[in-house]
Design a protein around this ligand. Structure first.
Ligand SMILES: [Ca+2]
Ligand SMILES: [Ca+2]
Length: 420
């Protein structure tokens, strides 16, 4: 924080810490107007260290020692993280310098998914996950494990016997328990948080159809079919009682039906004693994301704290597409107007998340990647498009969105101070 504050004072800004508390929806609405000025400020700040032009050597500037970092800027609110891949951990590389400096919580984008870590019944491949865990241990970083039980990127052997027939519920439960126990035990005390189950809900209403659901079903006969989720969380909890266990899903911040379905299900599971510590909101949003809907959904999920006061929300896969869902185009012209809208939306979203953090509802925000060139959104939902959903561009240069987010905590603090 020290170096950043020195830069601030050079520019005559008060680096006051954001006060705790404060009302929620009002704050981000007020903060919006300050963002453009913030972007200009960021440009001049960046220019201070270079030859006066905004883009010159930005990447080098932003990860040099003493330059600001995202996780420092938000340290009073939440940890800031990124999904990464093994190449990011090559010490000394530009990518390593960026992730090591900017983030304090990490998820492997693919390495811990079942198809990679447990490709065959008797074959585990821990290499990528071990590498991240070792890095985390050596550098004081929080590591998230993603993910133990998911309908996708899960090898077929889980669900089939030697003859290629579907296995019984008993066999699948046994395999799931072995999978979870082996992995969670190996990283006991080292992987802080597990996305135990991923994407268990349907987009319209109720549970998603999956082999996990269809084979295990209402195994205990109590009238619900949450059994595979219940068993997964119990098993993970037994393997590492101190790990934070998360139920992760998408569109919870946008789809009210889904948020309410999640609330009702988790409420029942908590009341039955299932050890769920929180909900992970993937938060794959776009530049037109409806913030009022987001706030309503977050408030619904936040009510789970009435049942468990320690219940948390995490943002686990944040990125912001330059295309709305129905837009099938492959290119987005980055006009000044669009970039400004994009940066403002990112600030508004982060400002909302800071509100929840101040209320103790949320303590972790993880981006799904960090550079536009590596984002999955270049291939999904439209293949071969050029998307720009993150804070660092294809040349590993820091975008204006990055600088806008860097300035946001101070702007909020300044706004709050003005009102006192
Ligand atoms: Ca049941
Ligand atoms: Ca039950």
């Amino acid at each position: 924080m020290v170096e950043y504050m020195e830069r601030d004072s050079r520019l005559g800004l008060c680096p006051a810490r954001a006060p705790r508390g404060g009302s929620s929806m009002k704050v981000w609405k007020r903060a919006i107007g300050a963002v453009t000025a913030g972007a200009l400020l960021a440009a001049s700040l960046a220019g201070c260290s270079g030859d006066g032009t905004y883009s010159a050597d930005m990447a080098e500037y932003a990860y040099e020692k003493g330059a600001p970092s995202l996780c420092q800027a938000y340290e009073d609110y939440f940890q800031v993280g990124a999904a990464i891949n093994p190449r990011d951990l090559e010490e000394g590389s530009d990518r390593y310098k960026i992730i090591d400096k900017q983030f304090n919580v990490f998820t492997l984008e693919n390495g811990t998914k079942a198809e990679n870590i447990h490709p065959q019944e008797d074959v585990y491949d821990f290499e990528a996950t071990d590498q991240l865990v070792e890095y985390g241990q050596a550098n004081g970083k929080t590591v998230r494990g993603h993910t133990l039980v998911w309908y996708s990127q899960c090898p077929e052997w889980f669900f089939l016997d030697d003859q290629g027939n579907q296995v019984s519920a008993e066999v699948l439960i046994q395999r799931m328990k072995e999978h979870i126990t082996t992995i969670v035990s190996r990283y006991k005390g080292k992987i802080h948080t597990w996305d135990v189950c991923n994407e268990v809900l349907d987009d319209s209403f109720g549970l998603r159809q999956s082999e996990w659901l269809n084979i295990i079903g209402d195994y205990d006969g109590d009238g619900d079919s949450y059994d595979y989720i219940e068993i997964a969380f119990q098993t993970a909890h037994e393997a590492d009682p101190d790990a934070r266990l998360i139920l992760n899903d998408y569109s919870l911040e946008a789809n009210g039906n889904k948020a309410i379905t999640m609330y009702n299900m988790v409420k029942q599971l908590l009341e039955e004693g299932v050890p769920i510590d929180g909900i992970g909101l993937q938060m794959h949003i776009d530049y037109e994301t409806d913030l009022d809907a987001m706030d309503r959904c977050m408030r619904v999920l936040g009510r789970l704290r009435e049942i468990d006061p320690d219940f948390v929300l995490e943002v686990t896969e944040l990125d912001m597409s330059c295309f709305t869902w129905n837009d099938t185009s492959t290119q987005r012209e980055l006009t000044e107007e669009f970039v400004q809208q994009f940066d403002e939306k990112y600030c508004q979203v982060l400002s909302l998340l800071m509100d929840y953090a101040q209320e103790g509802l949320l303590d972790t925000v993880v981006f799904w990647g960090y550079d536009d060139g590596s984002s999955w959104l270049n291939e999904y939902p439209v293949e071969g498009r050029t998307n720009h959903p993150l804070l660092i561009d294809r040349e590993l240069k820091f975008k204006s969105a990055y600088w806008a987010l860097m300035n946001l905590p101070q702007q909020r603090a300044a706004q709050a101070a003005q009102e006192e």
